[in-house]
Write a protein that binds this ligand. Sequence first.
Ligand code: PGA
Length: 253
Amino acid sequence: MRDLIVAGNWKMNGSQQFVDEMLSALNQVDFSESIKAVVFPPSVYLYEAIQQAKTVKVGAQNFFHEKSGAYTGELSASMLSDVGCEYVILGHSERRAIFCEDDNLVAKKVVATLGSRLTPILCVGETLEDREGGGYSDVIATQVKAGLSLLSADQISNVVIAYEPVWAIGTGKTASPLQAQEVHKLIRDLVTELAGKEVSVNMSVLYGGSVNAANAQELFSQPDIDGGLVGGASLKVDEFLAICSAAAEVLKR
Ligand code: PGA
């Protein structure tokens, strides 16, 4: 069975005080036998968040694929593993658009998680132009295939994919459950082609893009949506907890 994951991507937001508030609230929730909740604070707060986290996992928002060396400002997969990170977000549309990360670099980052304790969350998603022009399926297929291109079928089983339509990120515009389900099914079918049925049925495919407490349950109830990658709503303690509860409700059915 695949995991239902609620991942909170704080982006470049938060503070020491927010780490304390969010983690102490999450520590009151028993997630055993339930969903997996993961928080992604900015890297300077990772160690502190990991020290505090009792019920949730902690992940990083990015890393650089080389093992070590003269890469000023960067962090490696082994450094993140070393402090106790268990996930890393790769290929987020903000990294692709603002920091010029292309499919090639994303693939190198995905493969660089092997041998570390990090599970990569590979993000894919089309722009509004791709959506309106009707070419979104091709964009998704290209990004999924490229992102997984350096992995064997067996290695693909370690990956989580997040479908995040760029037009829905931070805009308050969510893909409808049916729009999201269509793309999630497409992603799962692509993974079947690349790695076989057993890998694809066990892969968690998350939805991201303006997920909130009001829409989470309907989105996560879709057959191929296994939780969410949550940005803005993960910065409000009560809202993030409500999204986790909505996911836990879906799991009970
Ligand atoms: P959002 O961001 O929930 O604020 O739309 C999602 C993301 O970028 O991961």
